[in-house]
Design a protein around this ligand. Structure first.
Ligand code: NAD
Ligand code: PRE
Length: 302
């Protein structure tokens, strides 16, 4: 049996539109309603037939939903939830897809004090945004991490887990604070490094912009993909997960200084040992199949 019959997405960008397309593909009998604060996004969603219905207010969008998923930047979650608080059916479950969980859980609990909330984070995405960027297979073979509070009814958590499994994801549960520390190092820090390296390269006086573009066929090009990620989304991630990111950044800076010393003093063994260790990590990720979808995406959409 399907876990939900009527699903509403608030926010119809990359993730909201991928969920809508995934539902069409995997659960075609589910009725999908969408709402986005931007009128142009709503118009585009109608043009491309993204949902069964596009509402013109958040309240109208949730009125008969049994699952409402907030797919807006993490800094906008509280305000977006407050907009539909008065119209939310008592038995509806509210979820989200935010990249940080502690701050979002607090914002949703404050805006919807009586709602059943099952926060989620599909660990899948691209550098693109907007309703045209989504695709139905985005979540296939990817993790979706649920971070419910201890007193959330088990049945609600299981229904949300089943929803994500049907979209193709593997579901895990975590404490929100633990989630935020893990993602700080596996996702947030890499984005910060990509933003830095691309910014630094373009600022260097001896590297003209045309040279940056001309010679960006190798490693630098991979960084430019990540550094093209949505500025609003990532501003919000760093402000929301500040403590964990600053902790990881401190550790990263120390390791970078150690590498700097090894290069300065010609310690080839130290460099070789680290690079061998990191090569083994990459190989084990590929063996686990965790990188396939992204590589496919890069090949077909680059
Ligand atoms: N992009 C990724 O790789 C990725 C992956 C996993 C999770 N996430 C999370 O998913 C969420 C959405 O990211 P995205 O990549 O889909 O962004 P996006 O920019 O493609 O889409 C966000 C949409 O939310 C709308 N919006 C903003 N404030 C709103 C409000 N108050 N009410 C209604 N709509 C509003 C915007 O108009 C926009 O269309 C974020 O919380 C992000 O952290 C992103
Ligand atoms: O592949 C990408 O472009 C991504 O950045 C996706 C990515 C990640 O860092 O892995 C980005 C943010 C999310 O919260 C989840 C996934």
């Amino acid at each position: 049996m399907l876990p939900f019959a009527r699903v509403t997405m608030i926010g119809l960008g990359l993730i909201g539109s991928s969920i809508a397309r995934g539902i069409r593909a995997e659960m075609p009998s589910v009725e999908v309603t969408g709402y986005d604060a931007e009128p142009q996004v709503r118009e585009r969603a109608v043009e491309i037939g993204l949902c069964d219905d596009i509402a013109d207010s958040a309240g109208a969008a949730v009125i008969d939903a049994d699952l409402v998923i907030l797919c807006v930047p993490v800094g906008a979650m509280g305000a977006a939830a407050a907009e539909f608080a008065d119209d939310l059916p008592a038995d509806a479950i509210v979820s989200d897809v935010g990249s940080c969980k502690e701050s979002v859980a607090a914002a949703l609990a404050a805006a919807l004090p009586n709602a059943t909330i099952v926060p989620a984070h599909p660990v899948a995405g691209t550098e693109r945004s907007g309703p045209d960027a989504g695709f139905a297979t985005l979540f296939h073979g990817r993790w979706c991490i649920l971070t419910p509070a201890d007193d959330t009814p088990e049945l609600a958590v299981e229904r949300v887990a089943e929803f994500w499994r049907r979209l193709g994801a593997d579901v895990e549960r975590m404490e929100p604070a633990h989630h935020d520390r893990v993602l700080a190092v596996t996702s947030h820090l890499p984005h910060l490094i990509a933003y830095t390296i691309v910014g630094t390269a373009s600022d260097l006086e001896e590297v003209t912009e045309s040279e940056v573009i001309k010679y960006s066929a190798g490693g630098f090009r991979d960084f430019t993909r990540i550094a093209a990620s949505d500025p609003t989304m990532w501003r919000d991630v760093f402000l929301s997960n500040r403590e964990a990111v600053l902790d990881m950044l401190q550790r990263f800076s120390e390791d970078l200084s150690a590498l700097q010393r090894a290069i300065r003093w010609g310690k080839g063994d130290e460099l070789f040992e680290l690079f061998s260790r990191t090569r083994a990590i990459r190989r084990s990720i590929v063996e686990q199949g965790q990188d396939d979808a992204r590589e496919d995406f890069g090949r077909t959409h680059d």
